[in-house]
Design a protein. Sequence first.
Length: 183
Amino acid sequence: MNSKNNPWTTLKSTLKYDNPWIEVVEHDVINPGGGKGIYGKVHFKNQAVGVIPIDDEGNTWLVGQHRYTLDEFSWEMPEGGAPYGEDVLEAAKRELKEETGLTASSFELILTMHNSNSVTDEIAYVFLATGLTHGEAELEESESDMVVKKLPFSEALDMVMKGKITDSMTVAGFLKASIILNS
């Protein structure tokens, strides 16, 4: 199928919800099979950025916090949002410093992905960071319960493989990083 030909027809779009971080739009559509229906789209007003820091000994850092949407604790790579117009690399540097206190001399973009393309247009960028220097974290108010954990990269990857890490960016990022680091 030619990716330039959109088989969906939008009849009407209605903004249902809007706040500083997201908007939800409901679209009246005709689907590819010809049937009428609705399609909800969540638009994130920030791009997602994540960083996998790796030190010279093969260690990485995870951050953990209670995620309101899941009502459970979640281990993740340091990650956050970059407003459209902000350079995603600069946002990655900021998030790494903010959540772990780490700075890095080298950043490599290893992954660009759509986190959940059936309901949102959110795009995510994952960086591998090396040449680490330690400093003080600068947590935001909503991150005051955040825990930082240093562990061997192989243990973090094992957590991904055993389903102890379920955040989509972290799972995809660590799987991609494992291929890059072992090649």
